[in-house]
Design a protein around this ligand. Structure first.
Ligand code: COI
Length: 362
């Protein structure tokens, strides 16, 4: 998706884009010119509005507040060296949001409406898209939630689809170049085998907050989750997917290995890395169950957390808290410069060679 962007309305309390240091943004929330809002009522979506505000009037019985009817997406817009703004694979996020909405029994935005909402939000906030070469991007956060009031447990009769944007830099301090440490907490599961782990429900994230705070106090930036049923196979990190590389073989080929699990999110970044590894580098790609014992046993030369927000963050160590605790140190952690986006092949947004849009086996 390409957009040039013009904006007329502006939020009075917005951050001044001229005063932002786009090369050192971190991942904090920056208020921009405004957001986009669509309402679903009487069985249909309205035409949507751009609003130069960041607050909301909501009935106190809205189902999002009580029953967690809420999901979100994360994608990014980049300023390219030709001055244009490009959004990375928004159609894939649009379809994933539909799956999340269906899983939570919510009205789902049609793909075209999702794309229009993203375009409107980016165009109205084009001055917040970090310059080419700054390492920053405009993070786009579309979200849907039950705004209809209900006290009994049943789906809302009204929904909002909104898109906010915020300029961002690195998620983990040190970013792509500096490895992070992960921990597997004892007696804490992220998502049940037949639960909502594979969609982007807000409720998958809130339970990770407390253990992540505890983990951070011990020097780990992120939690890694194993499958909840057997506690044996890698699912994903709290913020992102798990990806690993084997050492190059005699011919220089490596294998990109990533978990296939009914309780891990179908990451757009991970899917893109699978496609690049296969098409660009000619590597083997294995999307399969990954036993933590393989990681501990040194099967992989490199491990990374990958996702829209965290990009590709190398992981140097995974500590497992169990009755007798043990650690898996990743022997070699390499950081690479990002691929020059201008030379990347265009994404194949309907092809899904690694099955990220398929129903996962339990
Ligand atoms: C993203 O990568 O876009 C996410 O939504 C992850 C979130 C923890 C920031």
């Amino acid at each position: 998706m390409t957009t040039n962007g013009t904006s007329t309305e502006r939020f009075a309390g917005r951050a001044d884009p001229a005063a932002l240091n786009f090369s050192n943004l971190g991942f904090s929330y920056v208020k921009t010119n405004g957001h986009v809002k669509y309402t679903w009522k009487d069985g249909k979506w309205d035409a949507g509005v751009f609003q130069p505000t960041f607050d909301l009037n909501l009935d106190i019985a809205a189902t999002v507040l009580h029953y967690g009817q809420s999901c979100f997406e994360g994608l990014k817009a980049f300023r390219m060296n030709d001055g244009k703004i490009r959004v990375f694979r928004p159609e894939v996020n649009a379809r994933r949001m539909q799956r999340s909405c269906r899983g939570l029994c919510m009205a789902d935005p049609p793909v075209d409406m999702f794309l229009e909402g993203v375009r409107r939000a980016v165009e109205a906030n084009a001055e917040y898209v970090p310059p080419y070469g700054s390492n920053g991007s405009l993070y786009i956060r579309p979200f849907v939630f039950g705004s209809g009031a209900q006290v009994g447990l049943s789906p809302a009769t009204e929904y909002l689809f909104m898109v906010l944007v915020s300029p961002v830099g690195e998620y983990y301090t040190g970013g792509m170049g500096s490895p992070t440490k992960a921990v597997i907490k004892h007696k804490f599961d992220r998502a049940a085998a037949h639960g909502m782990g594979k969609v982007k429900a807000g409720g998958n994230y809130a339970p990770t907050l407390l253990p992540t705070l505890e983990a951070k106090k011990k020097g780990f930036s992120v939690m890694l989750f194993l499958d909840a049923k057997e506690n044996k196979y890698v699912d994903e990190f709290a913020t992102s997917n798990f990806a690993a590389l084997t050492k190059p073989d005699a011919s220089g080929k490596r294998t990109y290995v990533t978990p296939k699990s009914s309780s891990a999110l179908a990451s757009v970044t991970n899917r893109s890395l699978c496609e690049l590894a296969h098409r660009r580098f000619g590597w083997n790609v294995e999307r399969r169950r990954v036993a933590f014992d393989e990681v501990r046993g040194g099967a992989f030369a490199e491990v990374a957390a990958c996702g829209t927000a965290v990009i590709i963050t190398p992981v140097s160590e995974i500590h497992r808290e169990v009755a007798s605790s043990s650690s898996a140190a990743i022997k070699s952690v390499t950081s690479r410069p990002p691929l020059d986006a201008s030379t990347q092949s265009p994404p194949q947004d309907t092809a899904d060679p690694f099955g990220f849009e398929e129903e996962e086996p339990a």
